[in-house]
Ligand binder design. Structure first.
Ligand code: BMA
Length: 312
């Protein structure tokens, strides 16, 4: 497939720090979900301390967003959440499950990075539920429905021996997770050879769960973050059916190539539409928010017919 699979919106970047009514240095790595006809975006911003908070923006068309006057989540002021969010809250993902919007976010502290779970019914308030990983985990995405009676997630623990792969885990209650297994690894001498991690929460298609993930390649001038796609079996998502051999998006626009962290496109959210397209949202250079549109069929076809080889 030679054509570009993602058509960038020509009004990119769709949000920058100038659009934010409070003082921030960046606007990036946003989770996005459709609530009725409204698109709700939770985006990360760096403060001048170098630590991050999460803001909220809304849109009628998925392209032009209005930002709420106050941040949506800042590090918790008390209790267990205070201890583990001391250094900031980052990279929210949103999944609608059984009547609520669940938010998974990275919580940074002197202990390391772990994942918090919060929920909201209407995005007017948010309730923290629990930390659902220990440290050295990031990028937790929840599947939008139970599979064989259990909640399922993908995530990205880190270990020195086999760094930064994608894992799957299961839960009866969203709080306690287990039966973890590694499902996808970086591919040697390839665009995602250094590390991979889940991006947007998986999207259900007829052929499987489509996972938009990020992959990192180290260069002499620093790391390049790109996006790719994988397809997981509908009944048993620990089975990866195919992984698109080529990336679907790489940093190209000036605000993706240059910024707070150069050469980064990083997605935490995508919204499937009734017409078979999907709006994919990504942070550019850890500085601004961008959006593009793709055909779900094209992304699935990339996984199915132009897959890298996968171990049985
Ligand atoms: C990752 C995370 C992301 C960030 C990316 C590029 O490790 O920190 O939030 O977008 O690096 O800097």
């Amino acid at each position: 497939m030679n054509k570009n699979l993602i058509t960038r919106y020509d009004g990119n970047p769709i949000l920058t720090k100038k659009d934010i009514p409070y003082r921030v240095e960046t606007v990036h790595n946003a989770g996005v979900v459709k609530v009725g006809e409204t698109y709700v975006m939770l985006f990360r911003s760096h403060l001048r301390t170098g630590r991050s908070i999460i803001g909220l923006a809304e849109s009628e068309d998925g392209f032009k967003f209005n930002v709420q006057p106050e941040p949506f989540m800042v590090p918790a002021p008390k209790g267990i959440f205070r201890e583990y969010e001391e250094y900031g809250v980052e990279d929210p993902r949103i999944t609608f499950l059984e009547g609520k919007y669940f938010i998974t976010y990275s919580a940074y502290s002197r202990h390391g990075v772990r994942i918090g779970l919060a929920a909201s019914e209407d995005f007017k308030s948010v309730e923290r539920i629990a930390f659902i990983t220990q440290v050295d985990h990031r990028n937790v995405v929840l599947f939008p429905e139970k599979i064989k009676g259990r909640y399922v997630r993908l995530d990205r623990p880190h270990s020195e021996i086999n760094p930064w792969s994608i894992w799957i885990s299961y839960s009866q209650d969203l709080k306690y997770w287990g039966e973890s297994q590694a499902v996808m690894q970086p591919e040697k001498y390839h665009w995602d050879e250094m590390k991979i991690g889940p991006g947007a929460p998986p999207i259900k298609t007829e052929k499987g769960w489509l996972s938009i993930y990020h992959g990192v390649f180290p260069t002499m001038a620093g790391c390049v973050y790109r996006l790719g796609v994988a397809l997981h079996d509908l009944q048993d998502p620990s089975k990866v059916l195919g992984i698109g051999d080529s990336w679907i998006l790489q940093p190209e626009d000036p605000w993706e190539v240059t910024g707070y962290v150069p050469n980064v496109v990083f997605s935490c959210g995508a919204v499937p539409e009734p017409d078979g397209t999907v709006k994919i949202y990504w942070g550019g250079a850890d500085s601004v928010m961008c959006v593009g549109t793709a055909s779900l069929d094209d992304l699935v076809t990339l996984c199915a017919s132009e897959s890298r080889s996968i171990l049985p």
